[in-house]
Design a protein around this ligand. Structure first.
Ligand SMILES: [Zn+2]
Length: 49
């Protein structure tokens, strides 16, 4: 078994996380997680996943 290979496979299915939020053009803080990613706006604290 190769769990590392499987993790890479799962990550490859996820779309690219956004770097900026189009709604307010602020920078997003992106965190990559084992199941994908999450991002929040530094200005509004809005969580996007
Ligand atoms: Zn915002």
């Amino acid at each position: 078994m190769s769990e590392g290979g499987h993790a890479a496979c799962v990550a490859a299915r996820e779309p690219e996380p956004p770097r900026h939020r189009s709604a307010c053009r602020r920078r997003l803080v992106v965190q990559v997680t084992p199941t994908g990613w999450s991002a929040h706006c530094v200005e509004h604290g809005m969580l996007i996943s």
